[in-house]
Design a binder for this molecule. Structure first.
Ligand code: ADP
Length: 568
């Protein structure tokens, strides 16, 4: 009988952490519980930062925002069934917004789930995730952990980025494997998002169209921000002198103060443009589906996108340019310089005039300082502080809080604004703010409607626990849209009404942050200045007129109205 030493063993927990580390994952956003608590501990012990949340949707939103901000998939870790489903909301939102993200979830054993034997937190998570994610994979054996992680990373960031679900049953995490064999099962993904060059004939077609344009317009979307090719986009815009319109999360690729920005002449630019070049922007509801009357019936579209199936989704695309934005814009830049292509001054002059007219109207509006505060004077005060802090990241959600802030607050730098995005969703605020602070180390200001803040307000405890430099400004008019609606009957509050005079700043104090309550724009300005200087967590509850705001903000027309006159 020989007595050899026992084989050196590792297990799925360790292997998963090793695979993530090998692929450069530095942070995991999650919420622990069965069966992934040890995974979080091991990740932390290995040097990965684990940020523990109070609700999985916020953890997932943080991972999604991390994906947008870094270009690498943000990782979210959830427990089985309910925790998984909470996280799935964020995974679906990430996929809709084209943000790369991986949700890793522990799950029950296949033999129990598949026969529906009623396990603790039992759910067929893989199939539940499929319709809401770019892809969903399950790892069924410990030796496949490296493969599963590589596949998830590759899928999340290559082509059109999106959310990937990675299912790992608890037994696979606990499964032992020989250490030497295990090391051979891991690899680092090479060039996870390869460049995709456009076809030369597609470039020619687009350039021919641009050369004929009398009223060209460039629309920059958040795909252009995500592509991280700010320099080539800027050179293209400045070489051609074509006016550009940034979608909200594309603000700052070129500064909003740039003379060619026509954000302040948006309606005229859209309605009159004859050749429109969409760069990382979809012709979805945010752009009126490209339809008249918002757009001209005769407008012709050039679209730059990595996802060819996006073309013709709403209007005919006369010049589709499939490829990554950096490569496509570089190819276009070479050609427009040769020709050259310059936007006609009659058109640029028309838009400059309209912009000056609208800017003057906005300046006049912002000079008013009503009391109780309205959205405009509150946001003017915030703007005046943020101008002094161009490096601050801005998170923004709400209805009026979103619409007015987008118009009033200029962005000087790319990828510094995170907002409700493609779904127009509420509840992303604290998750996005936490990711912005964690990933960049910069200060963050979250401008929140009081209703929007409520969806993720408990994450302020997370913000305080990690001492993150986040200031939340709650534009508090005491309701969803506004707080002054009378009940239609009985004594219950109207459906749109929240607690009057709620003091959100007390939430900050509960967890050791700084709280401010302000009722004038001057108080708001000094509270925000002080909060930013403190570099710590703060909430500024900003008491607005309960009658401030309009129903659904700029989206009033999307509300279907009852065909039957209500009683009374
Ligand atoms: P917005 O809401 O700002 O208009 P969208 O989210 O609608 O922007 O559009 C983003 C588009 O950008 C998506 O169609 C996506 O496929 C595309 N996209 C994302 N990253 C890249 C990239 N690196 N190169 C080319 N297109 C990209």
């Amino acid at each position: 009988m020989t007595t050899g030493s026992a084989p050196d063993l590792t297990d799925g927990f360790h292997l998963l952490v090793d695979a993530l580390k090998l692929n450069g994952v530095e942070t995991i956003y999650g919420l622990v519980g069965i069966p992934i608590t040890d995974l979080a501990r091991l990740a932390q012990a290995s040097g990965i930062r684990f940020i523990g949340f109070r609700h999985e949707t916020s953890a997932g939103n943080a991972a999604a925002a991390a994906g947008f901000l870094t270009g690498r998939p943000g990782v979210c870790l959830t427990v089985s069934a309910p925790g998984f489903l909470n996280g799935l909301v964020a995974l679906a939102n990430a996929t809709t917004n084209c943000f790369p993200m991986i949700q890793i979830s522990g799950s029950s054993e296949r033999e129990l789930v598949d026969l529906q034997r009623g396990d603790y937190e039992e759910l067929d998570q893989l199939n539940a995730a499929r319709p809401f994610a770019k892809a969903a994979y399950r790892i069924g054996r410990v030796q496949d952990i490296g493969l599963g992680v590589a596949r998830a990373i590759r899928t999340a960031v290559s082509g059109r980025p999106g959310g990937v679900y990675l299912d790992i049953p608890g037994a696979v995490l606990a499964e032992a494997i020989d250490t030497a064999t295990a090391a051979d099962t891991l690899w680092r993904v090479v060039d996870p998002a390869p460049r995709q060059l456009p076809a030369p004939e597609a470039v020619d077609r687009a350039v021919r169209l641009l050369a004929q344009a009398q009223r060209p317009l460039i629309v920059l979307g958040k795909g252009a921000a995500y592509a991280r090719c700010d320099n080539v986009i800027r050179q293209f815009v400045e070489t051609t002198e074509i006016p550009f319109l940034p979608m909200s999360m594309a603000k700052g690729i070129l500064p909003d103060t740039h003379p060619q920005s026509v954000a302040a002449a948006r309606s005229v630019a859209l309605a009159r443009a004859d050749v429109v070049m969409l760069v990382g922007a979809r012709l979805n509801w945010l752009l009126g589906h490209g339809e008249p009357p918002r757009w001209s019936t005769d407008a012709k579209f050039i679209q730059v996108d990595i996802e060819a199936s996006e073309f013709d989704s709403n209007r005919p695309i006369a010049a589709p340019l499939a490829g990554d934005i950096g490569s496509v814009m570089a190819a276009l830049l070479g050609r427009v310089r040769e020709l050259p292509i310059i936007a006609p001054t009659t058109w640029t002059g028309e838009l400059t005039e309209r912009r000056a007219h609208n800017d003057a109207a906005m300046r006049k509006r912002l000079a008013e300082d009503p009391h109780p505060m309205q959205f405009h004077n509150a946001l003017r005060a915030i703007r005046d502080v943020l101008v002094q802090h161009p490096q601050v990241y801005l998170v923004n959600e709400g209805a009026n809080a979103l619409d007015v802030a987008r118009n009033v607050i200029d962005m000087p730098a790319p990828r510094h604004r995170l907002d409700s995005g493609t779904w127009g969703v509420m509840g992303v605020g604290m998750g996005y703010a936490i990711a912005a602070a964690v990933e960049t180390g910069e200060r963050v200001v979250a401008i929140e409607g009081d209703s929007a803040f409520g969806f993720s307000a408990m994450e302020f405890e997370t913000i305080c626990r990690y001492r993150l430099p986040i200031t939340v400004v709650v534009l508090n008019n005491g309701g969803v849209y506004r707080g002054d609606e009378a009940p239609t009957s009985g004594t219950d509050p109207a459906p749109t009404v929240l607690s009057a005079h709620a003091r959100h700043e007390l939430i900050a104090e509960a967890f050791g942050g700084k709280g401010y309550h302000v009722t004038t724009s001057a108080e708001l300005q000094s509270a925000l200045t002080e909060a930013l200087a403190s570099n710590g967590p703060a909430i500024v509850d900003c008491e607005l007129d309960p009658a401030a705001g309009t129903e659904s903000g700029h989206l009033t027309s999307l509300n279907p109205k009852s065909a039957v006159t209500p009683p009374g």
